[in-house]
Design a protein around this ligand. Sequence first.
Ligand SMILES: Cc1ncc(COP(=O)(O)O)c(C=O)c1O
Length: 350
Amino acid sequence: MSRFWSSVVHNLSPYVPGEQPKLDGIIKLNTNENPYPPSPRVLAAIVSATDHLRLYPDPHASLLCETIAARYGVAPEEVFVGNGSDEVLAHTFQALLKHDEPLLFPDITYSFYPVYCRLYGVRYEEVPVDAAMRVQIADYRRTSSAILLANPNAPTGIGLAREAIEALVAEHPDQLVVIDEAYVDFGAESAVPLVARYDNLLIVQTLSKSRALAGLRVGFAIGQRPLIEALERVKGSFNSYPLDCLAIAGAVAALKDDAWFEDTRERIIASRESLVHALSELGFAVLPSVANFVFARHRDRGGAFLAAKLRERGVLVRHFQKPRIKDFLRITIGTEDQCKRLIALTRGLI
Ligand SMILES: Cc1ncc(COP(=O)(O)O)c(C=O)c1O
């Protein structure tokens, strides 16, 4: 604390990301990274982009917006890009979610949302997920300015069908609905096809997970032009160049390598199914996941105990010391070998 702090700083409680250990040989299943490397084309594109390091990057990252637009069947003006989807979300909170009525999001969801609310002074209410940890869209029939859902939700991994998202968006024409699709490529249904029909829908995605580019920091939003304009206005008042030229080149290359994308995500989905099976045999209840992680609770052993013991044995998983979910572990899907090692070690702990 210091007398130089702005008053807002006193009230912040920053997000605590999962551990990024410096040690070699750790099996890292704690931050939902992709266990496979990005497309080899990414590295080649980044190397050739180094020719331009002397210059500022394109402030609009036009090539990337065009590439995203072509892939998702929208106009480039319906795309906003930022330094990771965290930054895209941050701008969304400031540009579109700060109103008199509260923003609604589930009580069990990405824990960055309340952090942004405190930073930007956004009123919010948490809507409890049901006993099965599912989001029930009927529970969002209450006074609000906007609704924010991660789909699939994190840390549960449970997905909502596009039909349910559409029902929510149609039922709340005067509230903005933001869908955070960070994990959508691992088996959920994207709501992007709805954007053309609904001016109150904004989709946020990332290249950190299914494109294996968490270290490059690229996220994007898709929505109708007035929503994108709001994000552009905040971005242009904050940092003209959030994406450097290496990130732009790498992201474009990743989005163009469909074969790599399909192959790695199919492998992750297959490993998820085997991991769910193996965990169930060990006495875990595993929530139905369509993400690159599973959320599981053992019938006898607590989440904190298992996370600590696995850590001692060189495997990192995520545990949240929070009401309703403190008995759970969130386990990122690793390579097949990593998943086998996790299962072997867990067997020795229960
Ligand atoms: C639900 C959700 N949204 C957004 C993000 C942010 O991802 P990034 O900033 O790497 O794009 C994460 C990261 O783990 C997440 O779990």
